[in-house]
Design a protein around this ligand. Structure first.
Ligand SMILES: [Zn+2]
Length: 281
C-alpha cells in the first residue's frame, strides 16, 4: 500500500482510516446493475470484499499547513457499530500511531453531514465534550439547514447526537462558499451529494491536491460519472459536479484524495486508452 503521508508543496496530508465497510452493491448503488461493475474488478479489486460485496473505507485526512493541523471529517465514530458487525472506528488510535494528537487539531471541517463523516465529534461521558478540545468545527451551512429541519432529524439521528451538541458547546461555525483556512488550503463548495458538500483544495509551492469528500465512492465512477450511489441527495447535481470536478482534476494533473476509495485514497486521474482512469499512488 502507498504511504499514508504525502507532501504537497509545504502542506503535509495524512490519510487516516476509521473503518472498512462492506455493503451489497445493489444496496449502495440501487440504480446501477451490480454486474455493470464487473469490468472494473481487475483494476480495482480492493473494492470487492471476499464475499463479493462493495468494500469501501471511511477515511479522514489530516492536513498540516503553516503550523496548524486541520482534520477533514471524523469517520463513523468509536462504535461498536451494528452495521459493521460490531466493529469499532479506529480514527483516534490511527491518529496516535501516525503522530497526530487530538489536542493539536485546530480546525475540524466536515465535507458533509452524513453519519460516516461526523462520528468522532464528541467524547462520551455524562456530559459530552469535543473530542478535539482546541478545535473549531466547521459545518457546511446548507447541510446544517437541511438536516436540522424537524422533519429531517428523524432520518438523521446522527446530526442530533453528534453535530447539534457542537453548536450548544459553542465550538461550531457554519461555512458556505470558498474560504481560506490557511494561505495554502481553501474549502470549495462541491454540491450534489449533499447541498452543502465541500472539498478542500491545497495549492502550495506550485503543487496541487484536492480532498474531494464523497464526489465518488467507487473508482469506476471516475469513468462512469453518471453512476450515482443511493446516498447522492440530488442525483443530477451530483453527476454534474462529479463530471466537472474530475475533468478539472485530470486536466490540471491535481492529486486527489478520495475518502471512500481504497486506502489511503491518494491518486490521479489519467487517460488510459482514451478513458479517464483512477491511478492510485
Ligand atoms: Zn461518505
Amino acid at each position: 500500500m502507498a504511504s499514508s503521508k504525502i507532501t504537497v508543496g509545504n502542506v503535509e496530508i495524512v490519510a487516516l482510516l476509521d473503518a472498512v465497510m462492506d455493503f451489497p452493491f445493489e444496496a449502495f448503488f440501487p440504480s446501477i446493475p451490480a454486474q455493470a461493475f464487473d469490468p472494473y474488478k481487475e483494476a480495482y479489486g480492493a473494492c470487492w470484499a471476499p464475499d463479493g460485496r462493495f468494500r469501501t473505507n471511511a477515511q479522514c485526512y489530516a492536513l498540516r499547513s503553516e503550523g496548524r493541523t486541520i482534520l477533514i471529517d471524523t469517520g463513523v465514530g468509536p462504535g461498536p457499530h451494528d452495521f459493521l458487525g460490531g466493529a469499532r472506528g479506529q480514527l483516534l488510535p490511527d491518529m496516535k500511531s501516525k503522530g497526530i494528537k487530538a489536542e493539536e487539531v485546530e480546525t475540524v471541517l466536515f465535507t458533509h453531514l452524513h453519519p460516516d463523516h461526523v462520528g468522532w465529534n464528541l467524547s462520551d461521558g455524562d456530559a459530552p465534550k469535543p473530542t478535539f478540545p482546541k478545535a473549531r468545527y466547521l459545518v457546511p451551512e446548507a447541510d446544517w439547514d437541511l438536516f436540522t429541519k424537524p422533519e429531517m432529524l428523524g432520518q438523521a439521528p446522527h446530526v442530533k447526537a453528534a453535530v447539534m451538541p457542537l453548536r450548544d458547546l459553542g465550538v461550531m461555525d457554519l461555512v458556505s462558499g470558498e474560504r481560506a483556512l490557511t494561505g495554502d488550503v481553501t474549502i470549495v463548495p462541491t454540491p450534489g451529494h449533499t447541498p452543502g458538500h465541500m472539498s478542500v483544495l491545497v495549492v502550495s509551492a506550485g503543487e496541487r491536491a484536492m480532498i474531494t469528500g464523497d464526489i465518488a465512492h467507487h473508482p469506476a465512477q471516475v469513468q462512469e460519472t453518471e453512476w450515482n450511489s443511493g446516498f447522492d441527495g440530488d442525483p443530477e447535481r451530483a453527476q454534474q459536479t462529479r463530471r466537472r470536478l474530475l475533468e478539472r482534476l485530470e486536466q490540471e494533473g491535481t492529486l486527489a484524495a478520495i475518502c471512500h476509495f481504497p486506502a489511503p485514497g491518494f491518486g490521479r486521474l489519467v487517460r488510459l486508452e482514451g478513458k479517464r482512469t483512477w491511478q492510485a499512488l
